[in-house]
Write a protein that binds this ligand. Sequence first.
Ligand SMILES: [Cu+2]
Length: 432
Amino acid sequence: MTMKIVAFVAVCILALCWVQLASASEVDSEVGTQMKWSKRPRVRVRKELRSLTQAEYSLLVSGLSTMLSVPTAQGQALYGKQYKAYDYFIVKHAVSVNDPRGDQGHAGSNFMTFHRAWLLELELSLLSVVPELRALPYWDITLDNSKGGRYFNTPNYIFSSRWAGSLDSSAAENFAVKDGLFGWRQVGKFNWEVYGEYAPIYNGSLTTGLLRSPSSTLNSTYVTRFPVSNLFKKNTSMTMGDTTVPIPADFDWGYSAADYWRCTDAAAYRNWTAWSYCLDITTVPQELLKQYMPPGAALLHPGVHWAVGSLSEQGDMGDMFDVATSPNEVLLFFGHHANIDRNNMIWQANLARRNPAAASRQAMYGYPASSADYPYDNPGCYLNDVVNANFRFTDIFGPSAVKPSGFTHADVLWGTRPGVSSPYTYDSMVRM
Ligand SMILES: [Cu+2]
């Protein structure tokens, strides 16, 4: 009798194992290579800010605080060559915007490859200080919208003292950001000693010398957010690069998850520029703008910049609004752009699954190869051009893959193929 029970239990356990094995391999083949690749320890998994553990939150704060206070030379002596001070990233971003060939980081196909490279460089610098953080987090804006966002007006709301500080500022304090992780943070001056070689392209505000656009006359030294209602008082449209975009009457920075996920649909958006138009209408050339209106999710990238920074009564730009130096909004800038990068990477994975040829070296997701291919991008922004050649990215894939001549847009795309070559992924992709 006892033997029979033992045998019965053994058969049950074997059957259970078989069922579990079968379902595991089904899951594996369903998600393809992506799941296997995501499990590799060397792949960094970027998490949503609010998914960080308390320990990771502290590491993030300490790593960013170091980058904001320790100059590059000193930091490299302590943390190695990947370390760069935070002002390096502001200047690099501003150099891209003010490039004499036209913006090398925005307003075209280059938007995502430039920001992907910028985020990778920032991530490696941050991890050189706090390696236990393991990856750069992102900010999912759909969790904070006023129409049902999970964190809206909770202690974990992005515009709270735990994170980026209040969205509302007051005239009495010159609209300074006075709470949050970087409350009362001061905008630095352009450092001629360190960044002099870039000065012919960018050397700070021509009026104040602060790290703001050359045309900025804003003289508050604090990171500034003007009331969002000013946008509508002052402007009915925005111009970025060669694109002028009307601001819709129902404009709201807080997008729904449906808006966000729509752009990841590779059946609807079949090449690089189509994805880009979906998420950021300022990448649409002026002459094509009419057919892409109304914008809907297409303000997902610029909308946050406009709403958070906004404009003063006199028309001065708040810091998030100032395209050249919006990284002055430390947490929101990298968080928001990593969230857009996440959208792009999910779209890339969907495209590669649907049509593997589109992800080949030849097709490269349909990124424009030349002006004959797509006449609207600025010179320097095509597939085989060096990303932001006047301030190159040379070590975004770590110290063993340095490229002194600078990585091209093709290099960035080829080195970050989701599930294949990318050194990082996103938590939502691991779960996919
Ligand atoms: Cu940017």
